[in-house]
Write a protein that binds this ligand. Structure first.
Ligand code: 5GP
Ligand code: ZN
Length: 109
């Protein structure tokens, strides 16, 4: 979708720090991280909500979240996914947040 910021990242039209890419899934760092390593995992198929995404794509997302979580080395982390404005969704392209929760000694969160 031409106006979608995450579709532009997928196409390479705007930069992002990419962590993982496959035919159907892309993972990259959030531009305004809530903690060090805050990542977003998205389907390449454009859709606003998970109900808009084909099952064979959705099923490839959780293993990527797992890889990204492992790669950060985080022992504590939240996986979060918002659907709709009332649920705090801002970007209308499905995305899963992987948010490491550092301990106090590590700071940043
Ligand atoms: P939402 O509230 O929709 O679940 O979260 C959208 C997330 O996308 C936010 O955490 C925001 O920082 C991130 N984001 C918005 N625009 C960009 C961008 O251009 N690049 C990257 N890497 N992240 C973005
Ligand atoms: Zn999109």
């Amino acid at each position: 979708m031409a106006a979608c910021i995450f579709c532009k990242i997928i196409k390479g039209d705007i930069p992002a720090f990419k962590l993982f890419e496959s035919d159907k899934v892309l993972a990259f760092l959030d531009i305004q991280p809530l903690s060090y390593g805050h990542a977003l995992v998205i389907p390449k198929h454009h859709g606003a909500k998970i109900t808009d995404i084909p099952d064979d794509t959705l099923s490839e997302i959780l293993p990527v979240i797992k890889k990204v979580a492992s790669a950060t080395g985080a022992e504590n982390y939240n996986v979060l996914q918002n659907n709709g404005r009332l649920a705090h969704q801002v970007v209308d392209h499905v995305h899963f947040h992987m948010i490491p929760k550092p301990n106090e000694a590590e700071g940043l969160g």
